[in-house]
Design a protein. Structure first.
Length: 330
């Protein structure tokens, strides 16, 4: 039976080796606070942050990307960029903002990110990638991670592993898909295993982990840790549940009314964080399908449709009260 254990990255020690990954439009402080409150992973990621956002100040963007909640645990700031000098400057700024770890995104496959020459496009030029990681290594003493997607050949992946290690990365997060594959393609666990076998630094496996069976499959690669991302949305307790299950400890999944309360708490915190109720409701529309997983299919569809038509927080609360069936305070 595969078990969980402590995780060491650089000079940092973490009591558990499950990590909450980055999610665009989701991984804000309110989301991370809920994750920490209900799961306590090793650490959580910010959304991907463009170096230019940090270097050229914007109060709104800075608040969104660099704020940390006083009630959350360690946070890894994920940076995106292609210029060594800018990455170095951004890492220094992130460190000043309280980052506990730094990550270079080399895995995003979104077209607009690749067109900028960042994300997974950085894997097209390994000599340049070496320069980027080296620049980051020289600019911060924090643990440095690199998050990648796998390449299409064993030779490339072995070369990539050597470049990242030689440049000074403390750990590598391997998403087991090629850059052109979407989430319908199963994760290539054998590719993650190759990085585990090649590298002496920790490898964090990433992709498709959502329950005990998929967690066991990922751990079977020999990876030092596991990153969970999409599956935690609407289930902030998931990492804690998996820790309990793999350790044969009791765990009770929250009741449907409790999940409704968590959704309200999430959106209320978003409203406070964003300073705009309407923006929080817009995010609630994207979050609704995830929180509605506990509802019957027809009820979930109706709930999401009503949330999509909702414009006010009080209306949102009443909809949650009705569909998740818990007493709504008068």
């Amino acid at each position: 039976m595969t078990t969980l254990h402590a995780l060491s990255i650089g000079q940092r020690q973490f009591p558990v080796n499950l990590i909450q990954g980055p999610l665009a439009g989701v991984s804000s402080p309110p989301f991370r606070r809920l994750i920490w409150q209900h799961s306590r992973p090793a650490f959580s990621y910010t959304e991907m942050i463009s170096c230019k956002t940090l270097i050229h100040p914007s109060k709104i963007l800075h608040q969104r990307f660099t704020s940390k909640d006083v009630q959350e645990g360690p946070v890894c700031f994920q940076l995106s960029g292609k210029n060594p000098k800018e990455l170095s400057e951004a890492a220094t700024i992130a460190t000043d903002y309280g980052a506990d770890l730094i990550d270079l995104n080399c895995g995003c496959s979104v077209k607009k990110i690749r067109r900028k020459g960042t994300g997974s496009r950085l894997l097209d030029d390994l000599s340049h990638l070496y320069q980027l990681i080296s620049a980051l290594r020289k600019s911060t003493s924090l643990p440095l991670l690199v998050k990648i997607r796998v390449g299409e050949t064993e030779g490339f992946n072995r070369e990539l592993a050597k470049v990242m290690s030689d440049a000074g990365a403390d750990a590598v997060v391997v998403h087991g898909r090629y850059w052109f594959e979407n989430y319908h393609t199963p994760c290539h666990l054998d590719e993650i295993r190759l990085f585990v076998d090649t590298l002496k630094i920790p490898v964090i496996g990433n992709g498709d982990v959502s329950d005990m069976a998929s967690l066991q499959q990922m751990l079977s690669t020999g990876c030092a840790g596991v990153m969970i991302a999409r599956a935690s949305v609407g289930q902030p307790w998931l990492i804690r549940q998996l820790i309990a299950e793999i350790n044969h400890e009791p765990f009770s999944i929250p009741t449907t009314p409790t999940i409704g309360e968590l959704f309200i708490e999430h959106v209320a915190q978003l409203a406070g964080f964003l300073g705009d109720e309407s923006l929080a409701i817009l995010q609630a529309r994207n979050l609704a399908p995830d929180y509605a997983r506990c509802l019957q299919e027809d009820q979930a569809m109706l709930f999401c449709a009503e949330i999509n038509a909702c414009d006010h927080f009080e209306t949102f609360k009443k909809l949650c009260a009705r569909y998740f069936s818990y007493p709504f305070p008068r």
